[in-house]
Write a protein that binds this ligand. Structure first.
Ligand code: 6GU
Length: 234
């Protein structure tokens, strides 16, 4: 997979690139690249944003600045990217909420483009004419799309062949099909008893069928319990 991130702050991704699963994926031939809007803007003095028509606080990322960056990278009219089958994802707080199903679908793409906004966000024409998707990572406002882009990249990249150490470690995990979309069951490791807190006996029993049954029960219990969809905190 080839992921291009358009951002005003490519340096923000330095930590992310050091993560083991990202390095593994890059070593496997997947690509992660960055385009700084400021390097391609047609405006003077590196201008990329402007005040909103109609008034109001904050600055808006200009459509001409975004177009110039996309043109520089792809050498075509960015309004034609969607028709060419490319997923161009704008990170915006009001977008569709990212979940495991969306991440699965993104992980099947050959290439992804992520557009990060700053300030008050994008000129609406970027969303209407250049983006194929608008994604949000939650109903709260971040100062920019970079953290959200890293969240999207993280969850997609760990699904790519070669990203995780053990091939099976992504199969039976939270929200996976193997668990019917439920959160994962609890894990324990040594010591078997610590300050009187004991690991459940079934996990020490060596009885694989019973362990499996216990894990599925716990997973379903978590699904109906804490973190329920009513928005209340556990
Ligand atoms: Cl994608 N962007 C920003 N700026 N804030 C967010 C977000 C995205 N998702 C949740 N909050």
């Amino acid at each position: 997979m080839e992921i291009d991130v358009f951002t005003l702050f490519p340096g923000a991704f330095a930590w992310f690139e050091q993560q083991r699963h990202v390095r593994n994926a890059l070593a496997h031939g997947h690509r992660l690249g960055y385009v700084n809007y400021r390097d391609h803007t047609p405006l003077s003095a590196g201008q990329v944003d402007d005040t909103p028509f109609g008034g109001g606080a904050g600055m808006v990322l200009r459509v001409d600045a975004v177009e110039a960056a996309l043109r520089a990278r792809y050498g075509c009219d960015p309004a034609s990217l969607a028709g060419a089958g490319r997923r161009v994802i704008a990170l915006t707080p009001g977008g569709r909420l990212l979940d495991e199903g969306i991440a699965d679908s993104l992980a099947t793409e050959r290439a992804l483009t992520l557009l990060c906004g700053r300030y008050e966000g994008f000129d609406q024409r970027v969303l209407d004419h250049f983006a194929t998707d608008q994604l949000s990572i939650g109903r709260y406002v971040l100062a920019g799309g970079e953290l959200a882009a890293m969240v999207v990249c993280d969850t997609v990249i760990r699904k790519l062949p070669g990203a995780l150490g053990r091939a099976e470690s992504a199969i039976e995990e939270s929200f996976s099909r193997a668990l019917g979309g439920a959160p994962e069951y609890p894990h324990y490791t040594r010591p078997a008893e610590y300050r009187g807190w004991r690991v459940p006996d079934v996990l020490l029993s060596g009885h694989h069928a019973r362990i499996r049954e216990w894990r599925l029960d716990e997973s379903r219990r978590r699904d109906s319990g804490a973190g329920a969809a009513d928005g209340s905190l556990p």
